[in-house]
Design a binder for this molecule. Structure first.
Ligand code: DGT
Ligand code: CA
Ligand code: CA
Length: 568
């Protein structure tokens, strides 16, 4: 029997395998044929054959047949917050809705509310989501987390060319902005032509916007454009400084140069015709009287002023930013207990492989039934498993530790869905809002504040609830929330998930200025997602955070003592 129910999962698994692959599928196929495809974990014969068909003919017959039966623009409709595959099917069956435009029209004409299971409220939410989607689509931007691995892979390939002496990301990618308009790459080479030729023929290039002696611009299959610029060694620093931006930052640095009677452009820093500095960014900044400013800070948000104060021996200067290697553990990881893909042990091993000293298992709790949330009894049973694993680490004299937490739900009135006695037995408690996101500002603020005042709650997960390009932050008086976080010493999460990055940079900066501690977590539902930590660190750096602001940069003993003594 053909079990339809398992098919979507097989395709999802295959899609994930392809996304996380660090090689182009086309290359694998060219080298090893269909066997090469089958060797990719998560890809079986049927899917391998379909990939082959696609690479050969640019089409998949099976897909086209399905498409004929249901000619809907799935990608477009699924991007609408609150709409899943089942709803898409229902909307097509009942109202023949095929795309975003038709969905919008039906919602505006009050057609949606007439369907069973859809009320007026759903209809209103759909319209709101569509409007939000339109606004972010118009900007045509991509999520940092979607783009970064792909571009880093291209950088690795370019690096292999003997003509490439140095290479760097530039633009918003180097500044690790949460969304990216296009990718910018800067190369040092004496022989630019072979580099340009290689670049425009990379696998995955679908369009060449332009190619010249020292620059080229292409589009990749996914839709993102890349600008490549090639410069001689002596102007690398000036070019990197210029093309890293941001425009706002560059306006400030050019002004600093002008005040010293100098001129700064992409070729160098000049006094009349004489070049004063150009080879490294340090040289450029030094010559205009500043210490080097990290790329993540270059947004024209006071970083030049802080650098200037530092140069003059005044306070406050630039922050000593948290670094990628400073993370010692991840406190928001889901296990197979709540439907996550991997066991506690597998998650712990992945954390060890990342060089962490600890991992915090924090599964969903009972209110979230669709996420298989754990109740008090299951939490106790989970504790036993974690204790057993920890005993094994101790016997083997391993310093690694698994901490037991949970991600409990903050209910409408701000109470927590797990009894205090059960929370008290955990090493730490994360609480988050996962339901009723559309409360009034007063209600939502009160809800969060009450949760923070619960003596057992240590951390608030994804505090503002935003989903990049999908959903705004919920209505909340963040100032009031921050004040209570400061008073109760509640830790706020910087969620590293590519679509969340919540808290975001400016809010991290606000929290830091009040002395609020934060934690950078991945919210991993499978071990591969633990790599997202770098996105959270990037956001923290953009928020001027230092090592001391982030509790999972601390050694285990300090972390445990903080959690235990948490004066609440
Ligand atoms: P994006 O691509 O929208 O995510 O943002 P960026 O910052 O990567 O912008 P992009 O790709 O247009 O340009 C890369 C950098 O080049 C930018 O950050 C600063 C520099 N740049 C580009 N155009 C100008 C300009 O007209 N004036 C100045 N001062 N700098 C520019
Ligand atoms: Ca760019
Ligand atoms: Ca660009």
């Amino acid at each position: 029997m053909d079990s339809i129910a398992f098919r979507p999962q097989a395709y999802e698994k295959a899609a994930f395998a392809l996304e996380t692959l660090n090689q182009d599928v086309e290359e694998i196929y060219q080298k090893k044929g269909i066997h090469g495809l089958k060797e990719i974990p998560g890809i079986g014969l049927t899917i391998a054959e379909r990939i082959e068909e696609y690479l050969k003919t640019d089409k998949i017959k099976y897909y086209q047949e399905l498409k004929e039966k249901m000619p809907v623009n799935l990608e477009e409709l699924l991007a609408v917050e609150g709409i899943g595959p089942k709803i898409v099917k229902e909307l097509y069956r009942r109202l023949k809705i095929k795309n975003l435009g038709e969905l919008e029209k039906a919602a505006k004409n009050g057609k949606i509310r007439s369907l069973a299971n859809f009320g007026e409220k759903t209809e209103k939410n759909i319209l709101q989501s569509i409007e939000f989607l339109r606004r972010s689509r118009d900007r045509g931007r991509f999520l940092l987390g979607e783009i970064l691995p792909e571009i880093e892979e291209i950088i690795l390939k370019l690096k292999e060319l003997k003509e490439v002496k140095r290479i760097s990301l530039a633009g918003s990618l180097r500044r690790r902005q949460e969304t990216i308009g296009d990718a910018d790459i800067l190369v040092v080479s004496q022989k630019p032509q072979p580099v340009v030729n290689f670049f425009v023929t990379l696998p995955g290039v679908v369009k060449i916007w332009g190619q010249g002696q020292t620059k080229a611009s292409i589009r990749l299959r996914r839709g993102i454009d890349i600008d490549l610029r090639i410069v001689p060694k002596k102007s690398y620093g000036a070019a990197l400084q210029y093309f890293t931006g941001s425009k706002e930052h560059n306006i400030m640095t050019r002004k600093m140069a002008m005040e010293k009677g100098l001129k700064l452009n992409e070729y160098g820093l000049f006094k009349g015709p004489k070049m004063m500095a150009s080879e490294s960014e340090e040289d450029i900044y030094r010559a205009i009287g500043l210490p080097l400013i990290e790329p993540e800070l270059r947004e024209g948000q006071g970083e030049v002023e802080a650098a200037l104060r530092q140069a003059q021996g005044k306070l406050p200067g630039l922050p000593k930013l948290i670094e990628y290697k400073d993370i010692r553990g991840d406190l928001h990881c889901h296990s197979s207990w709540d439907g996550g893909r991997n066991t506690i042990l597998a998650m712990a091993q992945a954390a060890q492989q990342k060089g962490y000293q600890y991992i915090g298992i924090s599964d969903h709790t009972k209110f979230l039934k669709i996420e298989h949330g754990l109740d008090e009894k299951q939490l106790l049973a989970q504790r036993e498993e974690i204790e057993k694993l920890n005993t094994r680490y101790k016997i083997r004299n391993t310093r690694f530790r698994i901490l037991h937490g949970c991600e409990a739900n903050i209910l409408n009135d701000g109470s927590i869905d797990i009894k205090d006695e059960a929370l008290a037995k955990l090493d730490f408690v994360i609480a988050g809002v996962h339901s009723n996101l559309k409360m009034t500002k007063e209600q939502m603020t009160r809800r969060l504040i009450r949760a923070m005042r619960n003596p057992h709650v240590d951390i608030i997960s994804h505090p503002t609830g935003r989903l990049l390009q999908r959903r705004e932050e919920y209505q909340i008086d963040l100032d009031a929330v921050l004040r209570v976080a400061q008073e109760t010493k509640t830790v706020l999460e910087i969620n590293s998930s590519p679509g969340r990055l919540d808290l975001k940079d400016i809010n991290i900066r606000r929290a830091k200025s009040l002395g609020i501690k934060m934690v950078i977590n991945t919210d991993s539902h499978m071990k591969e997602q633990m790599r997202f930590i770098e996105l959270g660190v990037a956001q923290a750096r953009r928020g001027w955070a230092e090592k001391s602001d982030i509790i999972n940069c601390w050694p285990l003993a300090k972390l445990l003592s903080f959690l235990k003594n948490h004066p609440r």
